[in-house]
Write a protein that binds this ligand. Structure first.
Ligand SMILES: Cc1cc2nc3c(=O)[nH]c(=O)nc-3n(C[C@H](O)[C@H](O)[C@H](O)COP(=O)(O)OP(=O)(O)OC[C@H]3O[C@@H](n4cnc5c(N)ncnc54)[C@H](O)[C@@H]3O)c2cc1C
Length: 805
């Protein structure tokens, strides 16, 4: 056995083999896979082998499309069969919400180049004749859907990797992973120790145990899952005899997926009475056995399936496959460099290895070899969860995710499991004021404040929700008087030390401000992609506070640690510094009433330390509402005191608490982009307009400079623009196609209703030549073409007089 390699991939399931293949494909051949038994000895061997592109996250859907197209390539390279059946598939909708979701998906697919289509009950009958279409409104047909042979496919990945120079050691159990001081790893196996520069954890069912060998907790959990294979069914035989094959049918109402298997059918369920498996750890001796049949938990599902597919009622059951596979709390894989652990990479939590395995392998190989993935993969980045996550949180979330696998995902939905988890000192005060809570990165965040008679729960919807009135009221309070909300859902970092300014100048593309001032700056990757939009506040020559998205803490800290430098300390203080934002025309008067400091001479973008009430605070004059406003940061221990001070001072001015729904409406008035919508690693600074904050005059080779310079010289092919939309009861959410002259020319990044301007507003990308004021386009919202026109002047305070005044 080799004793050194560049990469040791632990785990020979479909995911480990895909990672291995993609490493060789992108140019690394000194790579090795270690498998404790035979290849496919985890979840992989008993998978149903189905694949599909449908995924609520657009980038995940694109990676699923990549995976599916890859199988032909694998067959060609290796001469092996993946047992491909591209039979197509339909996803049924039996109510308007499910149909809305499919319409929204179909719309997204237009600019992704996926040839899906919406079909009605008559066509469903033709495509999938065994379906009882009673009560069905329509379906989404995807010609790419199909199934394959899980074992053949895994071995094809393995052969392709070997052809690229990779080594595979089976019956090679990894017992320990020990890091050397230089960051490389000793991988201790039953066959000896391998010295590897990098480790990839592709341990599937045992990924938790493999992670624990390096002291890492991976938030995933195995769930039991069951599918049935029937005896021969005459109606299926007839289709086969006529030279056809029955397509896949996903029936979300029955939480089932169905496909042809031999001359019968195979049907699996995501049942509500589901069961987590191996709660305290996956036994090492588990591998080639199945779990005992458990019909009790799928009795209701089977009864439903008999009504939807009556042929099943007459069919005998040939075999039952009941096995475990792993899920992360949100159902997406855990991929990428593990924050805080050098040269340790994650490729686990992959619940749909045959839809996602190729994309996971490609992404990880790009990350390892080229330094960053080609697209925004935050939806599956292992850094989307933070240090706060525990098995006690993961388990209920994974159960929830399993149960909701076939449920409608709404843009405004707040999932209830494992909540409230993390709360600030304001939780009960805001609850008493009617707060309706959402959560971000495990933290409870007020979405809006319900008044008497208003629902204390926002009904999930693709259309304007029942939070509409409350949101409008809060927006008007900010624009007309003064609003207050917490600054808890900013990620906050303290950067200190004699080299702090030099370091920031290199890490951030923008100008680093002088003491007492703040600046806005993009943070770029070497390829010029947007990996952060920060506010940098200079509290002293050697002390800076950075603020960005709360949900990106682990993502940003990983980047800071990867670029750490002597003479600089970066500390994540997101939960150590909290406070409030006061915004609106009366914000100045409220703050002035609470402090003896002179705030009248505070200019826009000034930052100062001052005592507010009894509390030491950092006060900065800036507001994401686009209004006159202040962010006031304090020690969370003093936050309630600060609240009572500001709240009492605000009473004469009608101070009103406002939540995230109002915040997201207010930012639309100024066309302010937001993280992971307009600002994400899918886009560059010049595409989004954030290049206006890049300091080309600073004499520093900041990360991403070469690309930013090139874009400055040559321009970009697409531009970020805002639109006014003639919407009715549904506004733009994300990724709706933008049509012009009968063709799709762009897509939306986000949108909503501006309660201030009383207009539906959207933001998105258009080809540069088209992005002109007043251009008439159409935006497809839930299958309806809505007239829209390009706006170039903000709807509120277009010259910034109020914000700066
Ligand atoms: C009943 C059922 C039906 C399914 N149907 C589908 C489907 O239709 N479509 C689909 O896409 N997905 C399906 N899945 C899910 C699919 O099986 C998984 O997504 C996929 O197998 C995950 O692959 P993996 O490589 O991550 O993990 P695994 O297959 O679990 O592989 C992990 C490997 O790592 C090895 N390993 C672990 N620890 C060590 C160690 N210390 N040293 C050496 N080796 C180690 C194990 O032996 C194992 O071979 C199904 C799952 C089940 C249970």
């Amino acid at each position: 056995m080799k004793t050194t390699c560049q990469v040791a991939v632990i785990g020979g399931g479909v995911v480990g083999c895909s990672v291995l293949y993609h490493l060789t494909k992108l140019g690394w051949s000194d790579v090795m896979l270690l498998e404790r038994s035979e290849l496919t000895s985890g979840s992989t061997w008993h998978a149903a082998g189905g694949f599909h592109t449908l995924n609520g996250d657009t980038n995940m859907a694109a990676l699923q499309g990549y995976t599916i197209r890859l199988y032909k390539e694998l067959e060609e390279i290796t001469g092996m069969s993946c047992g491909l059946h591209h039979v197509g598939g339909i996803t049924l909708a039996d109510n308007q919400d499910r149909f809305d979701m499919l319409l929204a998906e179909r719309a997204k697919h237009r600019f992704m180049g996926l040839e899906t289509e919406i079909v009605g009950p008559d066509e469903i009958k033709k495509i999938a004749p065994i379906t009882n279409t009673d009560g069905i409104i329509g379906a989404l047909y995807d010609p790419l859907d199909g199934h394959l042979d899980p074992s053949g496919t895994t071995h094809a990945y393995a052969k392709a990797a070997r052809m690229g120079g990779a080594t595979i050691e089976t019956h090679c159990m990894v017992r320990e992973t020990n890091q050397r001081p230089d960051g490389t790893w000793d991988v201790v196996t039953d066959k000896g120790t391998i010295h590897a520069e990098h480790i990839v954890n592709a341990g599937g069912l045992w990924a938790r145990e493999v992670g624990a060998m390096a002291g890492i907790y991976f938030p995933l959990h195995p769930m039991e899952h069951q599918y049935l294979v029937t005896d021969t069914i005459p109606e299926i035989e007839a289709i086969i005899d006529a030279g056809g094959e029955h397509p896949h049918v996903m029936d979300p109402a029955g939480e089932s997926y169905l496909r042809q298997e031999g001359r019968g059918l195979c049907i699996g369920f995501y049942e509500q009475p589901c069961k987590p498996w191996a709660v305290d750890g996956t036994p090492w001796e588990f591998g080639h056995e199945l779990l005992p049949d458990d019909f009790d938990k799928i009795t209701d599902s089977i009864e439903f399936a008999y009504r939807r597919f009556p042929v099943l009622a007459e069919a005998g059951v040939k075999s039952v496959i009941h096995g475990p596979f792993t899920f992360a709390p949100d159902g997406n894989p855990l991929v990428g460099p593990v924050p805080g652990v050098r040269n340790y990479w994650s490729a686990c939590g992959v619940m749909a290895g045959f839809s996602q395995g190729g994309g996971v392998g490609l992404t990880l190989a790009q990350w390892m070899i080229e330094g960053e993935p080609e697209r925004d993969v935050f939806a599956m980045d292992v850094a989307r969860f933070g240090d706060w996550i525990t098995p006690g949180y993961t388990r209920p979330k994974v159960i929830e995710n399993y149960q909701k696998r076939f449920s409608v995902s709404y843009p405004n939905e707040e999932l209830p499991a494992a909540r409230p988890n993390r709360t600030t000192p304001m939780y009960d005060i805001f609850s008493d004021l009617g707060a309706v809570w959402g959560q971000q990165y495990g933290l409870e965040v007020a979405n809006y404040f319900a008044q008497d008679g208003e629902p204390g729960y926002e009904t999930p919807s693709f259309r304007r929700s029942d939070a509409f009135e409350a949101t409008g009221r809060e927006v008007r309070a900010v624009r007309e008087r003064v609003g207050i909300n917490e600054v808890h859902n900013f990620g906050k970092y303290l950067v200190t030390g004699p080299r702090a300014r030099d370091w920031l100048d290199r890490i951030m593309a923008g100008r680093i401000p002088a003491p007492g001032r703040l600046s806005l700056t993009p943070m770029l990757s070497p390829k010029g992609k947007l990996i952060g939009d920060f506010t940098v506040s200079c509290l002293g020559e050697e002390e800076f506070q950075l603020t960005a998205s709360y949900g990106a803490q682990s993502f940003h800290m990983r980047w800071f640690q990867q670029h750490q430098q002597d003479g600089v300390t970066v500390e994540n203080i997101s939960d150590k510094r909290n406070g409030f934002q006061v915004a609106g025309p009366k914000a100045h008067e409220v703050l002035a009433a609470c402090t003896r400091a002179n705030v009248s001479d505070m200019r826009f973008m000034d930052v100062r330390r001052m005592v507010v009430g009894m509390t030491d605070c950092i006060v900065q004059r800036v507001s994401y509402t686009g209004d006159l406003g202040f962010e006031i940061y304090c020690d969370p221990m003093a936050q309630r005191q600060l609240w009572w001070t500001l709240w009492q001072a605000g009473q004469p001015h009608g101070i009103t608490p406002f939540g995230m729904r109002a915040m997201m409406s207010l930012r639309l008035d100024k066309f302010f982009g937001s993280w992971m919508r307009e600002f994400s690693p899918d886009y560059t600074a010049a595409e989004t307009g954030l290049d206006r904050f890049i300091s080309f005059s600073k004499n520093v080779d900041f990360i991403g400079r070469a690309v930013a310079e090139a874009e400055r010289a040559e321009g970009t092919a697409r531009k970020f623009v805002a639109f006014e939309v003639e919407a009715e009861d549904a506004d733009v959410n994300a990724y709706e196609p933008i049509w012009h002259d009968g063709a799709v020319v762009g897509f939306c990044t986000s949108g909503g209703y501006s309660h201030f301007a009383q207009k539906s507003v959207a933001m998105g990308f258009l080809p540069k030549g088209l992005a002109a004021d007043g251009l008439a386009v159409e935006i497809e919202i839930l299958g309806q073409m809505r007239k829209a026109r390009v706006l170039t002047s903000p709807l509120f305070d277009p010259d910034g007089a109020r914000m700066r005044g």
